[in-house]
Design a protein around this ligand. Sequence first.
Ligand SMILES: Nc1nc2c(c(=O)[nH]1)N[C@H]1C(S)=C(S)[C@@H](COP(=O)(O)O)O[C@H]1N2
Ligand SMILES: [Mo]
Length: 392
Amino acid sequence: MDRITGFLQARMDRASAGFASELRSKRLTVVLGRWLGTAFVICFATGVFSHLLQDPPGWMVFPTRPVWIYQLTQGLHVTTGIAAIPLLLAKLWSVFPLLLHWPPVESVLHALERASIALFVASSLVELATGLLNTYKWYPWPFPFRQTHYWLAWVIIGSLALHIAVKLPVIAQHWRRTGGNCYSDEEPRATEKAGAPNRRSFLTAVTAATAFTVLATAGQSFGWLAPANLFAPRRQGTGPQGVPVTRTAAEAQVTRSSAGEDWVLTVRTRSGLAMFTLAQLRSLPQTEHELPVACVEGWTQTARWRGVRVRDLLAAVGAPPDSDLRFTSLEKDGNYRLMTMPAVYSQDELTLLALELNGAPLDLDHGYPARIMAPGRPGVLQTKWVQRMEVL
Ligand SMILES: Nc1nc2c(c(=O)[nH]1)N[C@H]1C(S)=C(S)[C@@H](COP(=O)(O)O)O[C@H]1N2
Ligand SMILES: [Mo]
């Protein structure tokens, strides 16, 4: 038995010696952890915000201004998530010898600490990888993306909090530049001085890699970065009428004939039914303004939308302006066929049943004959091919 453990111990020592590097130090790990922790916290908070907007609890307060609030939070969510990938890889590299620590478990506390790190690393890798693939609209797994992404986020934040609590003494000791020392040596050594510039160049390389990844993708969310967008899947100004499309009419099985001549908008109030043809909707007062479509998958595009204010429509059928509404799309199935709109949006002067985009009738892919455009809401709630509006 002793021989076996002795043999394993020697193998491990050799393996970690092989990976030993002047660059690795607690200071480096702490610096990377600061960046990674910040990215994760921003990503988590903006993700929870997005989740709450889509599944609102009773106490939820819905911010409608600035109109680009969801563009900002979702852009931050996707951008910090992407930035976390090189940071997490660099951080894993910086602690790699510790993962080969022998014996693997020294005490109950040590076992718990390692278990929490294992949970954190595994769930982070799954979360970041599936999140990244999601921005490419690729769902090659059998589980529902949103729920899994949401619950894994809590596992990550929980295990991160535990990890930070356990490492607090090390973090406190190495937070500032003074007092950095190497894993292989608890005492500061002479080579530390020589190692410092290398460590700085490693940090510079990680920062450059992160900045490059961010710059080359954030253009999908923020227009002023659009020219730098090299890798992100959606490009500003592409698609019918210069606006990208997430789900096309063909994918939603909406055709020219289903959205054709005999299309009518049905409005159900508490007292009865009303119908509007497209010509009748066009004869109501039209309003035009700029609003962003901010997709949960990260891209945003601002465009000029024109149509009937939802609150004018409510007034036309004699319904109170502060009504919660439910919209149904022509689409036969699909996650976004039904959409509930809290009263803050129904009565907002910027919330439109849009008939036109950038000065022309909506393309079928953009929701012809009519779609919802409201300020500050996720793209998934900007329902296309609207057929029915119900006052709840
Ligand atoms: N009925 C319906 N409306 C929908 C969708 C859908 O699949 N079905 N997709 C939504 C999503 S995910 C986004 S981001 C926006 C995109 O709008 P666009 O395709 O017109 O650019 O429409 C939303 N409206
Ligand atoms: Mo979307």
